[in-house]
Design a binder for this molecule. Structure first.
Ligand SMILES: Nc1ncnc2c1ncn2[C@@H]1O[C@H](COP(=O)(O)OP(=O)(O)OP(=O)(O)O)[C@@H](O)[C@H]1O
Ligand SMILES: [Mg+2]
Length: 261
């Protein structure tokens, strides 16, 4: 059994409209999965539902993490178990610096893992890890001392998200649209971060429209997502085919018609 198993997942919005219409997906440690699909097909909705965002209701199906049913757990409880979502539109957190945000997030996870007892990371250990990750990801001291996402450029946000990945060490990382607005250097850094982090202790689910990110992060599995469902699956060659031919070819076989997305 894979670490993350999604079974027949259906997700509806608060008004009851169903956006995700029965998704089966398994992501294990050491694997890179890409979900590609047109605008409005429900990719971010799937990601939010996986993280337990309260605006997205799971109306059917299950999310299993390490064999445990986490479908009804809150976002914090999922994060403590090692699920991580880099948001497509991350919120600014005025008054909280990147550094103090990372330290609080690490300490919250450590506390949950030691059965509710405070177990803060020793400051020298935190500093050492942070400096090493900042070096690798080319995050400047100036950026780390600013308030989270407050006036960050698109590229800066993404670097800080990958810094979060490196510091929080989730077991399954979900990255939504990480290539949006990245210049080529930032794209390489983000991809390099993902490539170096995915391994025996981490698997990743990358949600993207573009082949571009996938030139740097070679996925093991590609899932084509249309109108709330996975309509095709394959290896990296599928992403290249999509880039060349578009989503049209999938809209008539099994996706339920050619409704504009
Ligand atoms: N909180 C919300 N309130 C209202 N509508 C929503 C909400 N979240 C998602 N939707 C709608 O659900 C549909 C799917 O949106 P979603 O963001 O999941 O698509 P996506 O595949 O991530 O698209 P993109 O590629 O543009 O990021 C869209 O029609 C969107 O407007
Ligand atoms: Mg989206």
């Amino acid at each position: 059994m894979a670490l993350l198993e999604i079974k027949n997942l259906h997700v509806a919005l608060e008004d009851g409209s169903e956006i995700v219409k029965g998704v089966d997906l398994a992501v294990d440690l050491g694997e890179k999965h890409a979900i590609m699909g047109p605008n409005g097909s429900g990719k971010s909705t799937l990601a939010y539902a996986l993280m337990g965002h309260p605006a997205y209701t799971i109306t059917n199906g299950q999310i299993l993490f390490g064999g445990e049913d986490v479908t009804k757990l809150g976002a914090d409880e999922r994060a403590q178990r090692g699920l991580f979502l880099a948001f497509q539109h991350p919120h600014a957190i005025p008054g909280v610096t990147v550094t103090s945000f990372l330290r609080s997030a690490i300490n919250a996870i450590r506390k949950a893992r030691s059965g509710g007892e405070d177990d803060p990371i020793p400051i020298p250990e935190f500093r050492k890890e942070l400096e090493s990750a900042m070096g690798t990801l080319k995050v400047s001291r100036e950026l780390a001392s600013r308030y989270v996402n407050d006036g960050f450029s698109g590229g800066e946000r993404k670097r800080v998200e990958v810094l979060q990945l490196a510091m929080l060490k989730p077991r399954i990382a979900i990255l939504d649209e990480t290539d949006t607005g990245l210049d080529i250097d930032a794209l390489r850094i983000v991809a390099g971060g993902v490539n170096s982090l995915v391994g025996a202790d981490m698997g990743a689910l990358l949600i993207t429209h573009y082949q571009r990110l996938l030139n740097y992060v070679e996925p093991d599995f590609v899932h084509v997502f249309m109108q709330g469902r996975i309509v095709a699956e394959g290896g990296p060659e599928l992403a290249k085919q999509l880039e060349a031919e578009g989503y049209e070819m999938f809209s008539s076989n099994g996706a339920g018609g050619g409704e504009a997305a």
